[in-house]
Design a protein around this ligand. Sequence first.
Ligand code: NAD
Length: 475
Amino acid sequence: MKRSKMYIDGEMRDSNTGSTFEVYNPADGAVVSEVSKAGVKDVRSAVDAASAAFGTWSAIPASRRCSLLRKWHRKIMANRDQLAETMTLEQGKPIAEAKGEISYAASFVRWFSEEGVRAYGETIPAPTTKSRFVTIRQPVGVAALITPWNFPAAMITRKVAPALAAGCTVVIKPSEETPLSALALAELAGEAGIPPGVINVVTPKDPKVFSKVIFDDERVRKVSFTGSIPVGKKLMEMASGQLKKLSLELGGNAPFIVFEDADIDRAVKGLMTAKFRNGGQACIAANRIYLHRDIKFPFVEKLLGEVEKLKCGNGMEPGTNIGPLINHSAVDKVNGLLWDAEDKGAEILAGGSILNKRWVQPTVMDNCSEEMEVFSEEIFGPVAAIYDFSDEGELIKSANRSPAGLAAYFYTRDVNRCWRIAEKLETGMVGINSGFISDASAPFGGVKESGTGREGSSYGLDEYQEIKYMSWGLD
Ligand code: NAD
């Protein structure tokens, strides 16, 4: 069995605590690796390394930083199969999806290697002939990055690539469920020539060990977090102590709406992606499926036909579409949501069972209502909860009745309705006749309690830069 060390200052290191913790394969509970359990001292050494590296890294030309990012991109793609295998072993997703995620993760590194050289400042027309106004962009400083387990590679590169392109150095804390992908990516960055200290990965078992250090240390100027809304709120409170620059990519509760004039085949295909990718364990997963009463019957019939084809299994086995959920408590949570919904009148049309305490059968559930927990909770499992509607105004009110506002999807052929609905939905992202919205070139992020800030696109680079304004006085 593998033993995994942390990555600090360009080398793999054991923890000062001398302890380790186990990472399990969600498909069978086998131990995949013993990972060094980081303590406060380890996190401090990682911040020391990132802080020492910042001066040089931020001062080298952006073109040089970006060419190193391109080398890292090539390394990631050259090791795609191995990285995907590591991911499936620690996270459970089907190997084909894991390969897809590695390519997606690498795409952020390439995209920001291209965007980092375009971090332009501005000249602004000044109000008098005796002055000139200019802005430049500067890197924020050392950035602490906290990521979840559901996309163990892409959530890392979506933060690290813009941070490095901007000239920041980073200390990463991956999820304790999936630290191996992060460590493997960091090692490849070292092999690509990214200097020691620029990327550091620490692996505490208790995440509070990390937050205690980074929020107290004045050298850490930026914290970027992807994870759940309750943890995001706690971190926002902690960030107020030193008013650290903060990005929060939090949970969602996406409505997926199909109007009466939609292309039904296309909408079913979109839903299969938006609902069942990664076994439904995605922040932008379709959580509430609203079907217009006039098309509900044919839509559900086609959906059931597609869901029937999905095969649960070990992600390493070819042909698996639905891997296990990440752990037993995730399974218990989804099971509880199913019980609550059935109890309140939902009708299970497909699935509904738990297999081997690890898999939730792909489930389609009709007659859902706002009183059920599935309406307000992120399901985070392969459960399609169906609601029906006939009135557009009522539909919009219901779709917006959530504190979360990350993604929404809708299908219609009416271009006027496209604009009307897209503008009324209270979310940061909208898929219009599309169930797939993620791309390195697009701004990913939410409104309301889904967080603040954007990742991907040029806005993603802004998150790691400060704008400095210079007012020049002339004779
Ligand atoms: P989580 O909030 O439990 O944990 C996320 C990360 O935060 C982990 O690394 C965890 O160790 C760490 N963490 C937890 N408590 C902490 C603390 N007190 N101090 C510092 N770090 C702490 O979330 P999760 O279960 O890992 O991930 C699932 C959640 O992430 C879902 O809500 C999902 O919607 C959300 N998510 C959002 C996006 C997005 O881009 N908006 C993307 C993926 C996942």
